[in-house]
Design a binder for this molecule. Sequence first.
Ligand SMILES: CC(C)(COP(=O)(O)OP(=O)(O)OC[C@H]1O[C@@H](n2cnc3c(N)ncnc32)[C@H](O)[C@@H]1OP(=O)(O)O)[C@@H](O)C(=O)NCCC(=O)NCCS
Length: 115
Amino acid sequence: MLECEINSPLSILETEERDGKIVGYALGRVVADEAELLKICVLSDYRKQGIAEKLLGKLLKKMRENGAVACFLEVRSKNSPAISLYQKMGFEQIALRRRYYPDDDAIVMKRSDLA
Ligand SMILES: CC(C)(COP(=O)(O)OP(=O)(O)OC[C@H]1O[C@@H](n2cnc3c(N)ncnc32)[C@H](O)[C@@H]1OP(=O)(O)O)[C@@H](O)C(=O)NCCC(=O)NCCS
């Protein structure tokens, strides 16, 4: 599924390399004027060094260049590191999907000032 998403012509992939290997990536897609953050992940040994912030900043810039005026994402309500990252990057909660996951709610967030 990941390979399929990465290879989609609508997808944008940003990666970060350290020590000769990819240690983080962010994957998004733009459809018409709306973008969606699909995945962001940093290897555990490389966390808390600003890598996710850098990846997301670059991804949002490319989304804007590809015509997006807003970006949406969905995150587990218990994933406080990710929620803090998204808030720091200007995302706001717009909805709560109760029991979206078998063991958690989903928070829907939006950043609407991309244009
Ligand atoms: C969420 C994740 C991508 C953050 O990556 P990171 O490179 O460690 O994040 P950064 O160092 O760029 O941190 C940027 C901001 O995110 C927030 N943050 C990151 N890790 C945090 C933590 N453990 N606790 C609280 N806030 C955290 C903070 O606001 C931080 O800003 P600050 O350093 O000024 O406090 C990483 O923890 C991860 O890969 N988690 C597993 C995958 C995941 O849950 N992805 C999101 C859902 S798909």
